[in-house]
Ligand binder design. Sequence first.
Ligand code: SF4
Length: 209
Amino acid sequence: MQAFQEAVQAGTALPLMEAFYTIQGEGTHSGVPAYFIRLGGCDVGCVWCDVKESWEGAKWPVVSVDEIVSEASKYPGRVAVITGGEPLMYELGPLTVALKAAGFKTHIETSGAHPFSGDFDWVCFSPKKFKAPHPSIYEQADELKVVIYHSSDFQFAEKYAALVSKKCQKLLQPEWSKQNIHLKSIIEYVKSNPVWNISLQTHKFMDIP
Ligand code: SF4
């Protein structure tokens, strides 16, 4: 048990909820085949979270980085997306270094609620109202993706747009269950504020994970 805890702390083994090869459905890389590595554990607590079963990290098996990368390498795609849960709860250096050594581009999807770690080619920062981001995320973010669940979320989005770098892509994404309510206002907002683009959860339209 002690050895497991030490390995997780060092990032050489991580609680793995699931891993699967699919198509990235959201954001700048929408449509790209990718191997998703979903780590267990999240302390952010979004009310609309669609992976609430990920929240309790301790219930997922601790898997070595070598095994995670070896499984990922069985598929032809060479983009690996580390998601959760909240993946930055863990030290991601060893996993990202091993993925890159195996030829992968490393992507992360994070709320930024914990200090940044790891060597990433693409950082998707999706801040949440339920837990403030750690400031280390702002300079790392390649993509700011704000989920619109309520009309006040546009203001929330602008607050973070002012904190990320100029090169950071800015995306507004309707929360799936509220898409009918908010999509029209998102379209109008983006037309008036063209620094923003729209992201849709296309994997849900395609009915893939
Ligand atoms: S940060 Fe992600 S996993 Fe955590 S509660 Fe929010 S949506 Fe769910």
